[in-house]
Design a protein around this ligand. Structure first.
Ligand code: M5T
Ligand code: MG
Length: 576
């Protein structure tokens, strides 16, 4: 909770103002029973209308002041709440932007979403309530007891017994409730996760006709949430009658004992009325504790969850020795004895990988599924860091570059293309800040998608829906290629990005890409594509089996021969 609460710092002043205004309200509330007692003792008992009027006017005046203080307090409290929530969201967002892939794997999207929305709102509401009324309740209990002693110490003794019992009981409930609310928050996560997967996988669910299965999953998550919420609230609500019972007992005792004293003449009627009034206010404040408990324990649960994210160690950041003026100039890539294991796993995905790619060279990476091709790609822009060995670009370790400079020089087309909500033009321009229309069209033409875009209803201004559902797989691939090309990268990486293209289009694309002065790495399953590269890297089970031209591999690698045979037939491999 600490990290989150530190965000209150800039709001010290309005928070203090709110607190002071609350103190005014509190003082008035504490004075009113006292004056009421005086009004009865001096005015009512003596039947003195003037005195009654005087105290009446004073009390109305005070109540009015409290009323105004309350309104201004509310204004300041909500200001603190909103500002505070805004700052946390901003910080959370920035933090998540800095997350490495490994960090992201740790926190599912739904969990992050819940933190952004539900958790932050929970904290905001509680902060508001604390400034508005919650902090008043305990002070009112303390002040009420003190004032009761001021009015009549003998009658007030009863508070010394009841208040500690009640406070102890409340603390116990608080401790218990905090754990329960944590569980509720986790269940909300779960419901969100199921819902999110459901929405993003709706087409698949329909195609596989798995509606019932999904419904069961949702019903279960939802039921757990409902059960936990019910249990927690029942627990808290059942503490309420206990509180009221103890408080009412003490009220009865005050009335009974006060009555005896008034009859014997040791206490005045006004004092008894004032003490009863204090007892009622103390009782009200104590019963408010239930809400305070709910609020604070919910806030604690939420704040801890937000804390978790804010305190995550981002394991991938600029090295201290990174030189911010260093840029990738040529695109010379070296893998020097690189081994890689995904964080949190034990399986070696790449072992002892060694190869170099010259500036401007085109290298095809070929290998069976799961052999580590994508993993190898991810190491270059430092989406993950190699476990062992070093990757150098232009003879400098990738860690010498700032992440920003390194990634800026790379055009990466991931294996599953992702489009953002927006127009086609915006999606292409996403690759380069301030891209002109001319550049967008140029990149689209090179990516062989221009003609297809022109056939869309609004051409470049066509909106692609969430995840670009209204485009074909091949169209999405080519838009994401255009997005990479528009950067004019020094290093272009295509992860199986031409798999959905027909041979003619693919051929045109590869031809157009030749005009870009960059080192190109392309993962492919097709020998025909690989053959168009300068050299081919054959990878299997995380090891580099061979690297060389098509002819060289045909002679040196039996696995390569087998792949060629399976794609082109026996004759071809033999003839070569
Ligand atoms: C190689 C594992 C995967 C596989 C091996 C991306 C990714 C992969 N793996 C992880 O544990 N976590 C990850 O985030 O690594 O996987 P790859 O590099 O994706 O293989 P590929 O690109 O050659 O395969 P494909 O199917 O794309 O051709 O054991 O479990
Ligand atoms: Mg892959």
């Amino acid at each position: 909770m600490k990290t989150v609460l530190a965000f209150l710092k800039p709001y010290k002043l309005p928070a203090v103002v709110a607190f002071l205004l609350m103190l005014i309200e509190l003082t008035v509330e504490l004075m009113l029973p006292f004056f009421l007692g005086k009004m009865i003792n001096e005015g009512v008992v003596n039947q003195d209308i003037d005195t009654i009027m005087m105290w009446g006017v004073i009390m109305i005046g005070l109540a009015f002041i409290a009323f105004i203080a309350g309104i201004i307090n509310s204004f300041y409290s909500s200001h603190v709440g909103w500002g505070f929530a805004h700052d946390i969201r901003k910080k959370l967002f920035a933090k998540i932007q800095a997350f490495s892939f490994a960090n992201l794997n740790q926190y599912p999207t739904s969990g992050l979403m819940t933190r952004f929305t539900n958790d932050v709102r929970q904290i905001q509401n509680t902060i508001y309530m604390i400034l508005r009324i919650m902090s008043k309740a305990p002070l009112l209990v303390i002040g009420g007891v003190i004032m009761a002693f001021v009015v009549n110490a003998r009658l007030a003794l009863i508070f010394l017994i009841t208040v500690p019992i009640l406070v102890g009981f409340i603390l116990w409930v608080l401790k218990r409730a905090s754990g329960l609310f944590n569980k509720i928050q986790n269940s909300i996560d779960k419901v969100n996760r199921v819902m999110q997967e459901n929405l993003s996988g709706m087409r698949l669910i329909k195609a596989f006709s798995r509606r019932n299965h999904e419904e069961t999953r949702f019903t279960e998550a939802n039921k757990t949430l409902a059960n936990r919420t019910r249990y927690t609230f029942r627990f808290i609500e059942s503490s309420m009658p206990v509180l009221l019972f103890v408080m009412n007992l003490s009220l009865i005792f005050i009335i009974w004992f006060g009555n005896l004293q008034t009859i014997s003449g040791t206490t005045s009627v006004g004092d008894v009325v004032a003490i009863i009034n204090y007892a009622m206010r103390v009782a009200m404040s104590i019963s408010m504790f239930t809400f305070i408990i709910m609020g604070i324990s919910r806030m604690k649960a939420s704040a801890d969850r937000v804390d978790q994210v804010l305190n995550v160690d981002v394991d991938l950041k600029d090295h201290d020795e990174a030189d911010s003026s260093l840029r990738v100039k040529q695109g010379f890539i070296t893998f020097d004895h690189v081994s890689f294991i995904y964080p949190g796993t034990t399986k070696s995905v790449l072992s002892n990988v060694r190869f170099s790619v010259n500036p401007g060279e085109r290298l095809a990476v070929i290998g069976s599924t799961g052999s580590g091709k994508t993993s190898l790609f991810q190491l270059i822009p430092r989406l993950y860091d190699a476990t062992e060995g070093e990757i150098r670009i232009d003879h400098r370790p990738t860690t010498d570059y700032t992440l920003d400079n390194l990634r800026r020089s790379i055009g990466y087309v991931p294996q599953s293309p992702l489009l953002f909500t927006g127009t086609v033009a915006e999606n292409i321009a996403w690759g380069k800040e301030h891209a002109s229309t001319k550049e967008i069209i140029h990149a689209a033409k090179d990516a062989q998608i221009h003609d297809a875009i022109m056939e869309l209803d609004n051409q470049y201004q066509t909106k692609v829906g969430q995840k670009g559902v209204n485009l074909s797989g091949g169209q999405k691939q080519r838009i994401s290629i255009a997005r990479a090309l528009i950067r004019n990268p020094k290093i272009l990486m295509l992860d199986d990005s031409t798999s959905a293209l027909d041979l003619t289009t693919e051929s045109k694309l590869l031809h157009a890409m030749e005009s870009y002065e960059c080192t190109t790495l392309l993962i492919t399953q097709k020998i025909s594509t690989a053959m168009r590269a300068d050299r081919i890297l054959l990878i299997d089970e995380g090891k580099v089996l061979a690297i060389g031209t098509h002819e060289e591999l045909l002679h040196s690698s039996s696995l390569y021969q087998r792949i060629v045979t399976s794609q082109f037939g026996k004759e071809y491999a033999n003839v070569e």
